[in-house]
Design a protein around this ligand. Structure first.
Ligand SMILES: CC(C)(COP(=O)(O)OP(=O)(O)OC[C@H]1O[C@@H](n2cnc3c(N)ncnc32)[C@H](O)[C@@H]1OP(=O)(O)O)[C@@H](O)C(=O)NCCC(=O)NCCS
Length: 207
């Protein structure tokens, strides 16, 4: 156990339907504090209405691709991931402002990386808005590298896209690697990963 984990009695687990309100709370609280100074209140209002409603969040919980961080039985952070074509994207990673800097984001990210590897992905993608320097540093320290800039348009901030090469620091143990491998023992290539058909495209979540 790392020193950070020893200080932070946090459990990372898959979210269930019972976590819906807590997940929404993490998003709403963290979005305001993070994005109002960077992108303004209109951007925050737009994002909360688009990506942080029950309808936007439930599909990711239903398919088991939303994680929560529990501390003393309270949800203090969340992450969600999903497919975009054949690629896997970390759509959301949020830790309540009062709980940041304690290693919780890192632990949520590590779990997403583990699951991405187990699904056979070799790359994990993420984006942050231009100006979110804290997130940029966090991802860079955790092995993500810049890939491209996506113009926001209509006065919205640009998205900075990053990718992490999962093969470089494969976090799977031998047993987990065996579970993720195909019957002939090879880890499934990216293009054999089934698309996330269980979430209708219009309901895929982001941010
Ligand atoms: C970005 C975010 C998810 C990172 O989560 P976090 O829990 O704050 O991150 P961690 O604590 O794992 O790591 C952050 C730093 O705290 C340090 N840290 C870890 N454990 C620590 C501890 N016990 N005490 C103090 N610092 C600690 C880490 O070493 C790291 O430092 P570094 O960046 O210099 O390496 C979180 O800050 C957040 O929600 N930010 C606002 C929303 C956001 O921008 N989300 C990303 C959207 S793209």
């Amino acid at each position: 156990m790392s020193p950070a984990e020893a200080q932070s009695p946090v459990t990372i687990r898959t979210a269930t339907g019972d976590d819906l309100d807590a997940v929404l709370r993490v998003g709403h609280e963290t979005w305001r504090v993070t994005y109002e100074p960077i992108a303004g209140p209109d951007y925050v209002a737009m994002g909360l209405a688009k990506w942080w409603t029950a309808d936007a969040v439930i599909p990711g919980i239903r398919v088991g691709r939303t994680l929560v961080a529990d501390e003393d039985a309270a949800v203090v952070g969340m992450a969600s991931y999903g497919s975009q074509g054949n690629e896997l994207v970390l759509w959301k990673l949020y830790v309540l402002p009062g709980h940041q800097g304690q290693g919780i984001g890192r632990r949520l990210l590590d779990e997403v990386v583990l699951r991405a590897s187990q699904l056979g992905h070799r790359t994990l993608h993420v984006s942050h808005i231009d100006g979110n320097d804290h997130a940029a540093r966090f991802y860079e320290r955790n092995g993500f590298r810049y890939t491209h800039r996506e113009p926001g348009g209509s006065g919205l901030p640009d998205e900075i896209w990053l990718a992490k090469d999962l093969a470089k620091d494969l976090v799977m143990g031998d047993d987990q690697a065996a579970d993720a491998a195909s019957p002939d023992g090879s880890v499934l290539p990216d293009d054999s990963v089934p698309p996330d058909d269980s979430v209708p495209p219009g309901q895929r979540e982001a941010r």
